[in-house]
Design a protein around this ligand. Structure first.
Ligand code: SF4
Length: 292
């Protein structure tokens, strides 16, 4: 269900230094996400989102941004996509992300967009203008198998479409890369998948690839994920329960070996494991976050 709401604030200051992307602010124009990935962390009880399938549109978001942004003293990177995908299907008609990018450009702020959607290609023109400051687009891709994508991320474009979008963006000079995360235990944690993801990222012109050989599981998120495992991968839930119990960080069983393979592949294909961050950002150069 789509609901319209008015928000009090939409730009949140990132208090802890963000060592991955160097973000200073997070921007959320929507609440809930139409991509409905079965592993989504935003379903966790701690975020208090009553029904993640409901999409809340912050109708006054652009007015708030126009008011707030000129008053921000720190010209740090604004991140899109921490609790929802800024290019989920509804963005096609509402254009809140595009309008926000216009405001950001006008105020000379850098941006880093996290997405799974090809709709970002619509905004190449404005991203090229923001890139005079700094613009990066990271695509989350957890499996190179399109059929598996349809099960894991039912509302999002499949992996081959995301690789196509990376190629289009990099050909147009936009700094882009792959977030290879989460790598779901027993489902996508194979050598073949890691090899396919790294090689296709490189072929598509990705400038970087960041892995996380594992996933998070928190209350709320766990129940939904396990129900989906029962539906899509019968018998799989038991493996998770035995290995991880109530654990939050769930590393894949062979994380060390996969990480070693990943390093070798990155060298072979000449792709870096670090993201270049905006120079005035409070964060250090992006670092790997590998569990296990
Ligand atoms: S795209 Fe991101 S925010 Fe949206 S459902 Fe998937 S994991 Fe969650």
């Amino acid at each position: 269900m789509i609901k319209e709401i008015t928000a009090k604030t939409i730009l949140n200051y990132v208090k802890q230094p963000d060592t991955w992307f160097g973000l200073s602010y997070n921007l959320n124009l929507y609440r809930g996400c139409q991509h409905q990935c079965i592993y989504c962390d935003s379903r966790s009880d701690c975020y208090q989102i009553e029904n993640f399938a409901d999409i809340l549109v912050k109708t006054n978001a652009i007015e708030i941004l126009q008011d707030e942004l000129p008053r921000k003293r720190k010209k740090g990177t604004i991140g899109f996509g921490s609790m929802n995908d800024p290019y989920m299907p509804i963005e096609k008609e509402r254009e809140l992300t595009r309008k926000a990018l216009e405001v950001i450009k006008k105020n000379h702020f850098p941006v880093h967009i996290l997405t799974k959607s090809t709709l970002v290609l619509r905004d190449i023109d404005i991203l090229q203008r923001i890139a005079e400051q700094y613009a990066a687009v990271s695509f989350t891709i957890t499996t190179a198998d399109d059929e598996l994508c349809k099960k894991l991320e039912p509302g999002a474009p499949v992996a081959s479409e995301r690789f196509y979008a990376i190629k289009e963006l990099s050909d147009k000079g936009i700094y882009t890369g792959v977030l290879m995360m989460p790598i779901l235990p027993y489902i996508v944690d194979t050598k073949e998948n890691v090899e396919a993801l790294v090689s296709r990222a490189a072929e598509s012109g990705a400038s970087y690839i960041l892995p996380w050989f594992g996933m998070s599981l928190r209350s709320g998120q766990r129940e939904y994920f396990y129900a989906k495992l029962d539906e899509l991968f019968p018998g799989m839930r038991r493996k998770y329960e035995i290995r991880y119990g109530e654990q939050y960080q769930c590393a894949v069983p062979h994380a060390k070996e996969l990480n070693q393979l990943f390093d070798e592949l990155c060298k072979k294909y000449g792709i870096t494991k670090k993201v270049k961050v905006y120079k005035e950002s409070c964060a250090v150069q992006g670092e790997l976050f590998v569990k296990g």
